[in-house]
Structures are given as C-alpha cells and as structure tokens.
Design a protein. Structure first.
Length: 527
C-alpha cells in the first residue's frame, strides 16, 4: 500500500488536485444517486454546459462522444433506444419482411427540418448511405446489405442477404449513429464534411465559435412524439430556451467554471469529484454508465506487433494500483475485473482471470528479453484533458519503465490523440477508456479498421460469427470465445472499469443521471 500511496501523491502533485478528509464530509457534500425534483418544470433559460473542445460537428464523420452528444440535439436517428436500451420508433417506424431480411422503415409524416423542409424518404436514404461510408458499426451491422430502396415518399426498404441481429440497434444507436439530414446537405458535402448543420431535432444550431462555444436554440416547429420521454426517444420536452456547450480544455478551469456558476452542469472524471462535493449548491451524481480504462496496442508497430512485447506489458501491470491512481483513491468508483461484457448482462464473463491483474516483473522481463528490444522510444498517448485517462497512463508508464521500456509519454487534448491514432507510425500504445455498450459488437475496438489494426484470422472469424448469429445465448458463447482471444492475443489490455459523474447546480432539474448511454438535455429545466 505504501507504493500505491506514493503513486497517488505523485498524481495529486501532477494534477494540482486536493482532497477533503473523510471527517470533513457533510450531508450536503455527499454524492447523491438521483436528481432533486422541485415544483413543476419551467420554460426558459440558457443551460451552459462544461464541454470538451471539438473540431467538427459532423455526426456521421466521427464517433467522438463530445460531437454526437451535441449532435443528438440537432439531428435524430430513424429509431431510438428506450429506457431499457431496446430500439423503438423515432423518425421512422419499422417492420420486418422476407424472413427478417428486409427492414421496412415508415417515415413519420409532418416532421420538419430546421430549414422548413419536410422529412421524406429521400432524406433517409441519402443519410443512411452516407452514414454507411463512415460508421464502422453501420458497416458491420449491414455487411450483408444488398439494396436500399425507396418504395414511396414515406417508405424505405433496407434489404439484406441474411438477417442482422444488430441492425435495429444500429439504426437507434446515438454514437456516430445514422442521423437524418436533408438530402441536399449531403449532396453539397460530397465526399467531405457537411457545411450546413440542419436536422429535425428539438434544438437547432445558433452559433458555433470553435474552441469557445456551441449554442443551440429551441426549434419552435419541432415535431415531438406524443406521450412521455423514453430513453433517447419518446417525447422530447423543450423547456430550455437554449443550450450552450462551453469548450474548456484545462481540467482545473472546467472545475472552476461550475464552481463559479459560469456553467450550470458538466460531466467530470472521478478526480474532480472531491472538490465539487464541497460546494453546497452543486449536486454530484454517478452517470450510470461506465468505461473500461485500457491500453490499445498498435498491432502495426515494430515492437508492439510482437506478442512477447505485449505479454511483457501485461505482466508489468498492477491493475489495482493503476485504477487506484486513475480514480484518485475513490475505490467506490472503479472495479478491477477482466470481463469485456456489460456487468449483469449475458455477455459478462470471467474469461481472462488467469492473466488479468497478475503482475509478475520477472516474467515481464523474460518476455521482453525475447523481443530484441534495446531501449527504443515507445510512444504512449493519452487524453490530457481527461484526468482519469491521464492519471491511469502516468501509472502505466511508471510501471512499464520498471521493466526497462523507454516510454515517450504524450498527453495532448483528445482531438490531437484522435488525429494521431489514424497514423500507424505515430504511436505504439494509447491509454483511454472504452464506454461499455448494450451489444458487444458496439465496443469500439472490435470494429474492423479501428486504430490498433487487430486483424488476425481468428478474430475476423469470431467477429463475423457475432454479426451473423441471431440467437442471444449462442452469441454470448461466441463472445466468450472472442473475449478469450482478446486475452491471448492482447490487442487491448484492460486496466479496469470506472464511472464518471455529472455535476450540476441545484437549480437545474431532470438531468439524465443514472441512465447508461444517455447524454441529452432536452428534458432538462431550470429554476
């Protein structure tokens, strides 16, 4: 434990974070599990959110969380995920035909785009086709696509050569989802990014000043579904006049923005929680979703392509120490388990327990000796704007140096990491989190072409089995085999699971806390 404490002290000095002692904690500063409801919802107000810098608003172009979490207010998908993460109608209804090999999408009538045009089948088809050129999950879910046909102005047929078990989830999933845009906007973009940000969502773009803020305003002609909100779908209540996403890169400045009331809400990594809980008018709630902090290996790297090197890295690691440091000693906010399946789901397993968190320095050095490595720099990237990632990476780098690896540690902002990871010559490892998903094929690193380039024959065979098998129990068995392959080939080394937290002022209500895969504010209201 002395070594763990030393690591934590190192991280605290590096990040400038201080912690309140347990004896000083009061009722008003404790983390709470749910929103505080007061009175009836009120119309009006500008909700200012602490947000990451962004270099695009094109929701088809990237899977960057900051992009689609803004974009889902502007654009909408054909289907949506309900409170139980099941697909439900949104802009379209659906039915299966031809033994589930044809999906009929019935476009909801009377839906207006922000430019006043009416949503039609041509817009759905153009958006679907563009999305398919960019989204790896879309390509996987619809790998057996044979045609996308217009039946009439409000009907689209998606035809497959065989059923896809993930097709409906793909049509509903918000992360780089199949957001519907006007056909003319897509034609104008050609092979590049869109130039007009026009959707059907409850809020429309008012102003975007890169590296400063993005402001959305209420779309007064929004066509909401009837009834009540339901996950990402259902009715969408436009209580707020506007939503401003304030781009702040520096972690301490992000904290100060909420503490000073310049912003009213934001998602924060675990190391920020202690400071925020000491402010009486701030509520802290777990997000209800977790990510798996991991090391993504560049399988095209000169040294990391060697399994002996990857095993050397594996046995050099003490995941308990890493997650303790990553989460700033908040042991209630992380766990160390080898599973790559969502906790409590049929995809959860103990596969990998024989090698996970089994630090063995002597064994690590034995594997390293087999590689021919001679002190060459190994480039490790992490997200310098997100403390959990950065803290984890600092401990990882320290542990890898103990076995003789020369780690070139780089912690720029996330857009820089995203750009660097496109070049297989630019990095050897990336330390970051993978958000857990309702279906294992949604896990980012499993997708074909993901930066890391894990493309072995066994991996491809199991991946396609997952995409083709429609029986859930059989898919779980395939995923268990897939997980075993992850732990034997080591394209990614899991460090542990961690939660984030939403901080918001007490006059802000109906923040979507405790719901996995939710990050929207159209039902939020302010006093």
């Amino acid at each position: 434990m002395r070594r763990v404490f030393s690591i934590l002290v190192l991280l605290l000095f590096a990040t400038g974070i201080t912690f309140a002692g347990g004896a000083q904690e009061t009722e008003k500063s404790k983390t709470v599990a749910s929103d505080v409801k007061v009175g009836e919802p009120k119309i009006g107000g500008d909700l200012r959110l602490v947000w990451e810098p962004m270099n695009t608003l094109d929701v088809h172009w990237t899977g960057n969380d900051a992009v689609w979490e803004v974009g889902c207010h502007i654009w909408e998908t054909p289907l949506a995920l309900d409170d139980s993460s099941n697909p439900i109608p949104m802009l379209t209804d659906y039915e299966f035909k031809d033994d589930n090999k044809t999906i009929i999408l019935k476009v909801r009538k009377g839906v207006k785009f922000h430019n006043g045009d009416t949503l039609m089948a041509d817009d759905v088809i153009a958006s679907f086709n563009r999305w398919m050129t960019r989204a790896t999950f879309g390509k996987a879910a619809f790998k057996d696509l044979t045609a996308v046909e217009k039946i009439d102005d409000y009907t689209v047929a998606i035809k497959l050569s065989q059923p896809s078990p993930t097709a409906l989830i793909a049509l509903a999933y918000p992360d780089q989802g199949p957001y519907i845009m006007p056909e003319e906007v897509i034609k104008e973009a050609g092979n590049g990014e869109i130039k007009q940000y026009i959707g059907t969502g409850p809020y429309k773009l008012d102003q975007w000043i890169p590296d400063r803020h993005i402001r959305l305003v209420r779309f007064n002609e929004y066509s909401s579904l009837p009834g009540e909100p339901n996950g990402n779908g259902g009715a969408k209540k436009q209580y707020l006049d506007s939503i401003t996403f304030v781009n702040i890169n520096d972690p301490m400045t992000r904290i100060q923005a909420l503490m000073s009331n310049d912003c009213q809400a934001g998602v924060f990594p675990i190391p920020s929680i202690e400071q925020l809980t000491m402010v009486p008018n701030i509520i802290i709630s777990p997000t209800g979703e977790y990510s798996s902090e991991s090391i993504t290996i560049n399988m095209k790297s000169k040294f990391m392509s060697d399994l002996n090197m990857r095993k050397a890295v594996l046995y050099a690691l003490n995941q308990t120490e890493i997650m303790y440091g990553a989460c700033a000693a908040r042991e209630d906010m992380y766990s160390t388990v080898p599973s790559w399946g969502t906790t409590g789901s049929i995809y959860e397993s103990t596969t990998g327990k024989d090698v996970y968190n089994k630090q063995d320095i002597a064994k690590a050095k034995e594997y390293l000796e087999k590689t021919g490595y001679n002190g060459e720099p190994l480039v490790m990237y992490t997200n310098g704007s997100y403390e959990t990632d950065k803290n984890a990476a600092m401990v990882v780098a320290q542990e890898l140096r103990t076995i003789g690896l020369n780690i070139d540690f780089r912690a720029p902002d996330w857009p820089t990491v995203v750009e660097a990871r496109q070049d297989p010559k630019a990095f050897d490892m990336i330390v970051s989190g993978y958000a857990m998903k309702p279906d294992p094929t949604l896990l980012a690193f499993t997708s074909i072409g993901w930066p890391g380039w894990w493309e072995t024959d066994k991996r491809m065979d199991l991946y396609y089995q997952l995409l083709e098998e429609t029986d859930t129990a059989k898919r779980a068995m395939i995923w268990n085999d897939f997980t075993g392959l992850i732990w034997s080939e080591l394209p990614v080394i899991k460090l542990g699971d961690f939660y984030g937290a939403i901080g918001y002022l007490k006059n802000v209500h109906n923040i979507p806390v405790n719901y996995p895969w939710r990050r929207f504010y159209w039902n939020t209201w302010m006093e």
